[in-house]
Ligand binder design. Structure first.
Ligand code: 5RP
Length: 228
């Protein structure tokens, strides 16, 4: 059985491969999470060697890491298009539909990927699944609407829990709550995504459909590419 350190190696391998796609003068979307972390570290190394890029961060945590590595950040409000984004995923299936948002950055991640020309997801080999749904679907909800949203999740056939951190509600970078929703095996992610889109008070949900061009997955000592 693979250990955490095996998965870490796979993440690093995938991250290194993805960062090779970055060229001078690109605007780069920086993901959030332990896999994206390796990509950001690698970008920092390339910057030391002279790479010139500007970047957009998907979370405050990523922003802090980028600043510490001298990666120049720009405000997403001032750009029309991001050349390439490298981010992680919690689960993905063979249709390249993903669950994301384990780190709570799903809203910003969705916006950044939606503005991106080349959407690259990096992962270790544990993230590829036959059927989505073992990982709970994170849902960012406006606090005022949270109990309403949880009721609607029940009506949609799921169960849910408000995400907590250190005894208090976890707050996203937008100041919202995360509701982790369990729908069991998700056989029809498109329909579920539409249902979640239609709940008032939901800012974003963790089903990412049509938001990736290529998945680079570390697999042992090598990488596997999945693309449409
Ligand atoms: C954060 C995310 C991450 O990309 C996702 O949770 C994967 O994280 P990790 O690389 O740590 O497994 O969506 O909101």
């Amino acid at each position: 059985m693979k250990t955490k350190s095996d998965f870490d190696k796979e993440k690093q391998l995938a991250a290194k491969e993805a960062v090779k796609l970055i060229r001078d003068n690109m605007i780069v979307g920086l993901g959030t999470g332990s896999t994206a972390y390796y990509a950001i570290i690698e970008i920092g190394e390339r910057i030391k060697e002279g790479l010139k890029i500007k970047a957009v961060a998907t979370s405050k945590e990523t922003e802090r890491l980028a600043v510490s590595l001298n990666i120049e950040l720009i405000d997403i409000k001032n750009i029309d298009v991001i050349d390439i984004t490298i981010d992680g995923a919690d689960e993905f299936n063979s249709d390249l539909i993903m669950i994301k948002g384990g780190g709570g950055a799903l809203f910003r991640e969705k916006i950044v990927l939606s503005l991106t020309r080349k959407k690259i997801i990096i992962s270790d080999s544990s993230k590829k699944v036959e059927i989505l749904g073992k990982f709970k679907v994170p849902i960012e909800a406006v606090p005022f609407a949270s109990s309403y949203v949880m009721k609607q999740i029940t009506i949609a056939g799921g169960s849910s829990k408000l995400r907590m951190k250190e005894g208090r509600e976890f707050l996203t970078d937008q100041g919202n709550y995360i509701i982790d929703a369990d729908f069991g095996p998700i056989n029809d992610p498109e329909t579920l995504a539409m249902t979640l889109n239609n709940i008032e008070g939901v800012l974003a949900h963790g089903l990412f459909i049509g938001l990736v061009d290529q998945i680079i997955m570390g697999h042992g000592d090598t990488t596997k590419i999945f693309e449409k």
